[in-house]
Write a protein that binds this ligand. Structure first.
Ligand SMILES: [Zn+2]
Length: 417
């Protein structure tokens, strides 16, 4: 994202100003935006002159916009449908704006080569044709197909399409995605996994459009301690939705949850929707991984944001959304994905893990930005950085975030009515 040069900044007058409490300090500040970047931030004057280019007041909070590193769809729009279109990708992005999300990783899950590559092509096309999507879609995530075929670790991924890692197929996925895949979730116990990871790390940047280092994550797996360590030595450094995509029952110890929790080389994504992980588990995971290595994700699927009821899933199954927002495979105790909006995850993380609001915000801004290598400083309210901002109200008693406005690349893309 280009940031206006010093000279350009002098030529522009401030296009927009935000007034609200700085999420880190609680101090009321005025933040100015010029072009696509943050131009300045400082203590607010006694009164900010009102006008069409001024947003917020002393009751609002200002934070970096959220970064959701795992999104499969939203509001009936599916990134993994048989006929996903570039318009669907843009529609998902717009719905994410309502949750305060300005950046995300579109996620394509286990299926046939044809089906997955069709989704990757649609997302790539959306990025090519729509600059707002290109801004928002930080990097593409393939979650599978190189995952466990076992019930439990496999989760809701179709067993017949799980398979061992295949470099040639990955290269073809990357071609379909226009070199935009920068995040791969796989199972470390599959044949050839460690060599495949090593190749992703070493040769991956040559096959990404921007020379990006590929983030390799462990997920939907049942790896032993030794297999997990081999994957880490090969370069894996993240866990996808830790604690989900796992067996319902495990030996108390050792098991892969402890191995991943104890390994400081691994960051971990967690789904703090109250259904995927009980509050005590969220708290324990945050404590074990620490505030630098925990990342909040929604893992939202197409059914997210729909009313309670039964809906056809994208892989021939039937989904059931209950009144409390849980999305399950109908007739089973299995979760089919999440209906979480990431701003709700912020409130939940505060409540479940006993962390502060600025700490929770960091788990969904600076932490994913660092892991996925987007511009240094994203996730901080610092002049010179892209103006991706969230203006919100915070109900501390209810631990609830209400998104008032989302700004992406200096543009107001969502405003609550
Ligand atoms: Zn998953």
């Amino acid at each position: 994202m280009p940031i206006p040069s010093r000279n350009q900044r002098h030529r522009y007058s401030a296009r927009m100003r935000l007034r609200g409490r700085h999420v880190d300090t609680g101090e009321v500040v005025e933040l100015s935006i010029e072009g696509t970047g943050i131009a300045g931030i400082g203590p607010a004057p006694d009164e900010t002159a009102q006008g069409p280019d001024v947003l917020g007041d002393d009751g609002y909070w200002i934070a970096p916009a959220l970064f959701d590193s795992q999104v499969n769809g939203f509001g009936g729009k599916d990134l993994n449908a048989a006929d996903t279109s570039p318009e669907d990708v843009a529609a998902v992005m717009r719905l994410l704006w309502e949750a305060g999300v300005a950046r995300f990783c579109p996620t394509v899950t286990t299926h046939s080569y044809e089906r997955m590559s069709a989704s990757l092509r649609a997302i790539h096309a959306a990025c090519e044709h729509d600059p707002q999507v290109a801004h928002a879609a930080v990097t593409l995530h393939i979650e599978g197909p190189y995952i466990s075929s076992e019930d439990g670790p496999r989760g809701a991924h179709p067993r017949e399409h799980t398979r061992p890692p295949d470099w040639d197929e990955f290269r073809r996925f990357q071609d379909a995605a226009g070199g935009r895949i920068g995040y791969v979730t796989l199972a470390p116990e599959l044949p050839g996994a460690a060599a495949f990871i090593e190749r992703l790390i070493q040769e991956g940047p040559r096959h990404t459009a921007d020379g990006r280092q590929i983030v390799v994550a462990l997920g939907h797996h049942a790896g032993s301690g030794e297999q997990i360590r081999a994957a880490l030595d090969a370069g894996a450094r993240h866990c996808t939705h830790l604690g989900n995509g796992a067996h319902a029952q495990l030996p108390r110890h050792p098991n892969y949850l402890w191995d991943q929790l104890a390994e400081d080389r691994l960051a971990a994504g967690i789904i703090a929707d109250g259904h995927h992980l009980p509050p005590a588990v969220v708290k324990t995971f945050v404590r074990a991984k620490g505030l630098e290595r925990t990342i909040l994700v929604s893992d939202a699927i197409a059914a997210a944001g729909l009313l309670p009821g039964r809906y056809p899933g994208n892989k021939g199954q039937e989904l059931e959304i209950s009144a409390d927002g849980r999305i399950g495979l109908a007739g089973t105790p299995l979760l089919a994905g999440s209906g979480l909006r990431l701003h709700q995850g912020i409130g939940n993380a505060v409540r479940f893990a006993g962390i502060t609001l600025p700490e929770a915000i960091r788990l969904a801004t600076a932490n994913p930005a660092r892991l996925f290598g987007i511009q240094a400083g994203y996730g901080r309210l610092t002049p010179g950085h892209s103006a991706d901002l969230l203006l919100f109200r915070w109900d501390a008693a209810a631990s609830e975030v209400t998104v008032e406005a989302t700004i992406a690349g200096g543009e107001i893309v969502y405003r609550r009515r």
